[in-house]
Unconditional design. Structure first.
Lengths: 226, 381
């Protein structure tokens, strides 16, 4: 498979007063299309920073990051926002659903930015909710759902625009083991059956084992590729 | 779901805060419009149809200085003068310790209807007034408010002149801009004061609007270099000369209005900021999934604008409704005659609300625009 993500000599330095902290130190990496990559490492190892740069929500200090042939680091803020909307799906540890919107409306949210009519939006939302097994919960508010269900709605929101890339930052961190397994199974299915590239940050080796590849980071450097 | 629908959902997420914020803005807008009405009432005396032809002549030194009655024939001869009448404020007390909101003026009843053509009095009552030197006519509002009756005796003790007058009500008038006055014979006042040969000022009716403008300098010239120089001006200018006395009040009301607006701005800005701060994480998510900075800023502006719009609808609308449904004149014992909420006032309140909406959203919008997605996400994870 050709790489969908190409990272070369990527560094990210944070400044705290006069101190410089290297979150990423000269990282180079290729991620193939359809791969389910687990990023592991201790806190502060730079795994979330790497994920954020790949997803276009953070910028490196130096180096290059190309996703699907697009130089993400070269886009301005406005172009990045459009690019994210069409190419990246986000899943977060805390689900981050909008509490005043139903599951259906939460999933519909990214589609409001696209030039789609109501009927098409409805089809896409229903498909996404069916994929995560929550079509029957479409009218429920987040507070009326369990954590596992909320995270599945968040996955539906992430895939509703049919992005090439799904990034998940500790997606099972707030879930019990059964719910975590269901969520990881969905992510694996997205990769294996729908051909999505999934990049997941996790502390949990069991969660990482769902991925097709695992890489470890420590002090901003890549250690190995498993 | 639509973007406006999403905004409405967001606005209603904390109903109690929304209600309190809208109420706060509404009360302030109500106060602002009411202050504008009060200011207008104080500074812009109402006009009536006949005022464009009326001219007042007063002592050049001050309104408190009377004029000699001998000026009458001289004024009458000036071209363009249709009628002249003396008008003297009696400043009487009706009952001890009761503040009077209905003034009494001594006039010449025979000229009265020529000068104040818009006033309506039944013909028989008017004739009775002209005939009886100790009679008076009373404005409909005062007549009703004081539960008076035709034939009733009214005794006024002047606070200006060393005399009192006992008047008999023979008629009730209406149709003027202020139907509260008691009009009585100047001849009776002259007699009570021992033929003092003075009048408060002269009220003149010009033959037409063109001559009205030309008469004033002629009258002033007629008495130039005499011991009683006069100032002649249109009724409108005369009314506005009183307005200058309200300068301090205007300043005070202007200050209070500004304070209301500034405090309202601070409260609204704080409310909007608080509401945005609580949703920083959600706004970061929206940014992550592709919403642009300008769209998020527009959301905040729309929310703030909506809050202000609701406030102005209830506040200014409430003031308008009050002016339409309540008898402010009676409630204020005639202190406010028309108490009209004009379209300009509603427009000003709407503009103030729009400015409030924009200004109070500036800082929250700026902070959201500056916020990076990662920074926003860190507030939650």
């Amino acid at each position: 498979m050709p790489p969908i993500v190409t990272i070369r000599s990527l560094s990210k330095v944070y400044r705290q007063g006069e101190m410089e902290i290297a979150a990423l130190d000269n990282v180079s990496l290729d991620i193939a299309q359809g791969e389910f990559l687990s990023l592991m490492g201790p806190s502060g190892s730079g795994k979330s920073t790497l994920l954020h740069i790949i997803a276009g929500i953070d910028r490196p200090t130096s180096g290059e990051c190309r996703v699907g042939g697009v130089g993400v680091t070269e886009l301005d803020d406005s172009q990045l926002a459009d690019w994210r909307n069409q190419n990246v799906g986000f899943v977060f540890q805390s689900f981050n659903l909008i509490p005043v919107l139903t599951a259906y409306e939460n999933v519909e949210l990214p589609l409001l930015l696209m030039d789609l009519n109501g009927t098409r939006r409805k089809e896409l939302v229903h498909t996404a909710l069916e994929l995560v097994g929550l079509a029957d919960r479409a009218r429920h508010l987040p507070k009326q759902m369990s954590g596992g269900q909320e995270q599945r709605v968040a996955i539906a929101r992430a895939i509703v625009t049919d992005p090439k890339l799904v990034v998940a930052d500790e997606p099972t961190g707030n879930l019990d083991s059964a719910s975590a397994e269901a969520v990881l199974e969905i992510l694996r299915t997205l990769s294996s059956k729908a051909g999505k590239t999934v990049i997941m940050v996790t502390h949990d080796p069991r969660a990482a084992s769902f991925g097709s590849k695992t890489i470890h980071l420590e002090k901003g450097r890549l250690l190995d590729v498993a | 779901m639509t973007i406006p629908g999403f905004l409405v959902r967001n606005a209603f997420r904390n109903k109690r805060r929304l209600l309190l914020s809208v109420l706060g803005i509404a009360v302030s807008m109500f106060l602002l419009v009411t202050l504008m009405v009060v200011l207008r009432e104080l500074t812009q005396p109402p006009n009536d149809g006949g005022s464009s032809l009326r001219i007042t002549v007063r002592n050049k030194l001050s309104l408190a200085n009377p004029l000699p009655a001998r000026q009458l024939p001289i004024i009458e001869k000036i071209p363009g003068v249709e009628a002249v009448m003396p008008l003297t404020w009696f400043g009487g007390k009706f009952k001890e310790d009761e503040p009077l909101m209905w003034p009494q003026f001594a006039v010449d009843p025979r000229k009265f209807r020529k000068i104040f053509g818009e006033i309506r009095v039944p013909e028989d009552q008017y004739e009775a007034w002209v005939k009886d030197r100790t009679s008076c006519i009373v404005g409909r509002d005062t007549f009703k408010e004081q539960k008076m009756h035709i034939g009733q005796k009214l005794t006024f003790l002047s606070g200006i002149y060393p005399c009192s007058v006992e008047l008999t009500i023979v008629g009730v008038y209406e149709g003027s801009i202020d139907d509260r006055v008691v009009w009585f014979h100047h001849a009776y006042l002259d007699e009570a004061l021992g033929d003092w040969g003075k009048v408060g000022d002269w009220w003149i009716k010009a033959t037409n609007t063109e001559t009205a403008a030309q008469i004033c300098p002629l009258i002033e010239a007629a008495f130039a270099n005499t011991s009683d120089e006069v100032r002649a001006e249109s009724e409108r200018a005369f009314q506005l000369s009183f307005v200058s006395m309200w300068g301090g009040i205007k300043l005070l009301i202007g200050g209070v209005s500004t304070a209301v607006l500034v405090s309202l701005l601070l409260v609204t800005a704080s409310t909007v900021s608080m509401s945005i701060r609580e949703r920083f994480r959600e706004l970061a998510i929206l940014k992550a999934i592709g919403f642009q900075r300008r769209e998020l800023c527009a959301f905040i502006l729309a929310e703030s604008f909506g809050l202000s719009a609701l406030g102005v609808v209830f506040g200014a609308g409430g003031a308008w409704l009050m002016s339409r449904t309540m008898d402010i004149k009676s409630l204020t014992h005639g202190a406010f005659v028309s108490f009209e909420v004009t379209p300009q006032m509603l427009g000003t309140a709407a503009l103030a609300a729009a400015a409030l909406g924009i200004l109070s959203s500036v800082f929250p919008a700026m902070s959201v625009a500056r916020m990076s997605v990662v920074e926003g996400l860190r507030t939650l994870d």
